[in-house]
Design a protein around this ligand. Sequence first.
Ligand code: WTA
Length: 635
Amino acid sequence: MSNYHIKHLEEYFKVYRKSIREPENFWEEIAEEHFVWRKHWDKVLSWDFKKPEIKWFEGAKLNITENCIDRHLFTKGDKTAILFEPNDPNEASEHISYRQLYERVNKFSNVLKDNGVGKGDRVCIYLPMIPELAISVLACARIGAVHSVVFAGFSSTALSTRINDSECKMVITSDGSYRGSKTIDLKGIVDEALESTKCVETVLVAKRINSDIAIKENRDKWLQPLLDKASPECSPEIIDAEDPLFILYTSGSTGKPKGMVHSSGGYMVYTAYTFKNVFNYKHDDIYWCTADIGWITGHSYIVYGPLANGATTVMFEGVPSYPDTGRFWDIIEKHKVTQFYTAPTAIRALAKAELDYVNKHDLSSLKVLGTVGEPINEDAWHWYDDNVGKNNSPIVDTWWQTETGGIMLSPIPYVTPTIPTYATLPMPGVQPCLMDDNGKELKGRQVNGKLCIKFPWPSIARTIWGDHERYKNTYFSTFENMYFTGDGALRDAVGYYRITGRTDDVIIVSGHNMGTAPIEDIINEHQAVVESAIVGFPHDVKGSALYGYITLKESAKGRKLENIHKEINQIITEHIGPIAKLDKIQFTNGLPKTRSGKIMRRILRKIANNETDNLGDTSTLLNPEVVQEIIDGKV
Ligand code: WTA
């Protein structure tokens, strides 16, 4: 018998030990007992981190939607699978049962097929958080097409880059989206993006805001009439466990976004198993993760993990501040939410509002609180614990990445004692280790180093779409035979892990990863700019925010800096999206450089963080005089 649901600490240690001693047996038992496969695997695991090549359940055949939908029909057909809460609290919420989900996914699958999408084809999904988003994801999976969901807050340039990179044949979007009191013209953004793509044959358009949009003949089609005509039966395409399920882009510190490719079999097993344990999910629970499906958290813990467990998963279309800052608490009360999973940045923003917004709601249904995406500071942790959980719901601080597919370090609620800001212990099957800068493993307790994983787990991304070399260089070349996460961490006296933050030029702003180089490249395209450097600085709501040092051309010096400031944020918004805007801009006469011409970001980081007392030796710089000038001009 496998230990699918861990219930006490001793059991955790026992299960963990087994998962390390006999990883193949451990995952094989879970895979056999808790999932439907159309053909058994020939081999549980083969791997080589040097190539790198990782295969789980090789030879097995399955369809993940049979596991997420079909198999629940007999026992849970009428149970709510997706509970949709619209942006406007006065609009009715929608309860989509497993049976209804089955029919809607099948109809959508047939529409995809009728429009020439088949196994292995890539489909870009650019939708707001409406049921069609989850349904289209599942429909792609059902026919073996590879979905590439692009967060609907990204700009048209970011969208076209992603469409082109994976050569998507189809885009699924809507006439627009609601976001608080605003509406956004998504279809207009798609139209603009498609001006610089050649691969897209069809655009399916869901109706959400009833806006008057342009429909391009032979390319754009309204979705609903096609769904109305489609058959509610569509047998799933049976695919290999190692066939790609989806591509999801994540920013790196340099270059274009990386299309992380996830497999079907291993991803399914790992997300389902971690969902069950990290959220202590029980049959009648109402689980709510506030992420957007455009991010990995939404893929793994709104769609696949919960549905594979036959859970009820809430999808919220709106924002935490509309119609007022009590909206999250209102939804928890309204739907009697039992597990609530959100980001530290949301907690910090809501903690700033009057406590009355929380206190006037009955939150007694809550059993587990979760956080993800960035380190949670102690104040936010305690605020969450005291005011939302009433010191009665364990907080699971879950550490993981787009690349890991599922939660890697996290307390198990009611099992692992929690400590604020600690992601505590590894999930079964996860073998973390800390490395020093010389490539040596730091053994024992009370050490601080770079966080790596020594052994494959089932949901590790298999490659970067179209660029396996980059996959190897980014994750497997820093330390031999290890997956390098890019994060720093410490291990304390009892063996608990605490994430200390990124060790590269990725800055996490409101839980979103921002590579600095791609933003600098865009700024440098502005005609007034010579060069720029971006660093992070602490921000009380966003966690970190972006501080840009920008040197202007002589010719621009007469211009109003205020206008250049605005223009720079404008081009960032156009090329990436508003999430990458700079909070502070300091115009400089030059940037500190080494004699070989490399910008000394370490110094700039310290200045932005007000740590000017220990800048170190600046005399060896090419231009030491700019340092004091920059300190004096700090904004
Ligand atoms: C950071 C999100 C501290 C980390 C699932 C990681 C965290 C990056 C935590 C991945 C946490 C995520 N504590 N830091 N609990 N969770 N991070 O790909 O730096 O959007 O490498 O995946 O977020 O972000 P991504």
